[in-house]
Design a protein around this ligand. Structure first.
Ligand code: FAD
Length: 317
């Protein structure tokens, strides 16, 4: 394990949960320069402009209204309202003549109330259902993001319930969790849209593979299950080895180009997003927006040592 993975990464991820650091960072103008690299802006207008750019470049999008760890019900209701307004605005995006399913929203159940002490799961499910119904009417897809391991069972239960009414609701599975091969088998059999990522939270080795090598191997095992299955695999990775392996597996299982897709984050490996699109692959860009960007930013910083340098240089300038 590298020194960065063993020491810096857990420290940076711990900062994601530190309120004092969050408040200080959100007030600092310098931090905003770093944020802009990963988040196009705080308003719906900002995210729709970024969406337009991606659509014009032939890509699909998934929009995330930033927020997590909601502590009161009115905050969760505010998040629902933001998604309803967003989905309404997405329905008005002019038809571009490209395949259906290009517009998607990504939700975090903790932003919808999952962690509230009383009836959190029930509130989050009802809120997610309200958004899924509006998205369904607007022709917008929905994917439920994966958060920390402790919330996974409840999240997947809610996703199964949502899929009984809205078959297109997808979710994220994190290859670093030891449980994920079994989850892939279940969701691949049921024909679900599954976004497979490596995983971005600090997890204990009792539940997650501890090294990059083991995580990469697990990713490829999980991807094989999804590619072989009946669902729609969404390969959420910027890693060149994974990107090449995905195409090789798609060929092996005789998947057509419209039966799976690549996904990457806004601001990361933009050239590669364009290269894959030009090569005829489906590419979806995950675009976050909103004022609650702190947790998202910290997870991006923890993914790559160079990002931390970029952040520190911005603070020093
Ligand atoms: P890595 O091995 O980490 O990186 C490979 C290469 O990609 C790096 O060498 C670098 O060139 C580039 N790269 C990767 N990350 C960065 C970065 N931050 N900045 C600059 N360059 C970078 N995680 C969750 O836990 N839950 C989710 O719901 C979730 N949703 C996601 C949705 C999408 C569309 C994507 C792409 C990722 C999502 N993630 C999520 C994050 C994911 O778990 C990883 O932490 C992240 O994608 C980095 O892993 P990687 O596979 O890209 O490969």
């Amino acid at each position: 394990m590298s020194l960065f993975d063993a020491t810096m990464r857990p420290m940076i991820l711990a900062a994601a949960r530190n309120d004092r650091i969050r408040q200080t960072s959100q007030r600092t103008a310098m931090t905003r320069r770093v944020v802009e690299r990963f988040v196009p802006g705080e308003t719906q207008t900002d995210v729709l402009a970024a969406t337009r750019t991606s659509l014009d470049a032939g890509m699909s999008v998934s929009i995330d209204f930033l927020g997590e760890d909601t502590t009161d019900e009115s905050q969760a209701t505010g998040t629902v309202d933001a998604y309803l307004a967003l989905v309404g605005a997405m329905a008005d995006i002019p038809e571009t003549g490209l395949p259906a399913g290009r517009l998607e929203v990504s939700l975090k159940l903790t932003a919808l109330g999952q962690a509230l002490p009383r009836h959190g799961a029930k509130i989050a499910e009802e809120n997610a259902r309200t958004i899924a119904a509006a998205a369904h009417d607007a022709g917008v897809l929905v994917t439920v993001d994966a958060e920390d391991h402790a919330s996974a069972d409840e999240r997947l239960m809610i996703v199964r319930a949502l899929r009984r009414d809205f078959r297109d609701v997808g979710t994220v599975l994190q290859a670093y969790l030891r449980r994920t091969e079994d989850d892939c088998t279940e969701f691949a059999e049921s024909g679900a849209r599954i976004r497979l990522c490596k995983g971005a939270y600090a997890e204990s080795p009792s539940v997650a593979y501890p090294t990059r090598e083991l995580i990469d191997e697990a990713y490829l095992r999980c991807l094989r299950i999804l590619m072989k299955g009946n669902g729609y695999p969404m390969v959420a990775s910027h890693d060149p080895v994974i990107i090449d392996a995905a195409q090789a597996m798609a060929d092996e299982f005789e998947r057509t180009p419209d039966s799976w897709e690549h996904q990457m984050l806004y601001g990361i490996r933009t050239d590669e997003q364009q290269r894959l699109t030009a090569a005829g692959r489906r590419v979806r860009v995950y675009i976050p927006y909103g004022g609650e960007w702190y947790g998202y930013l910290v997870r991006r910083l923890a993914e790559k040592p160079a990002n931390l340098g970029f952040f520190l240089r911005a603070l020093a300038s």
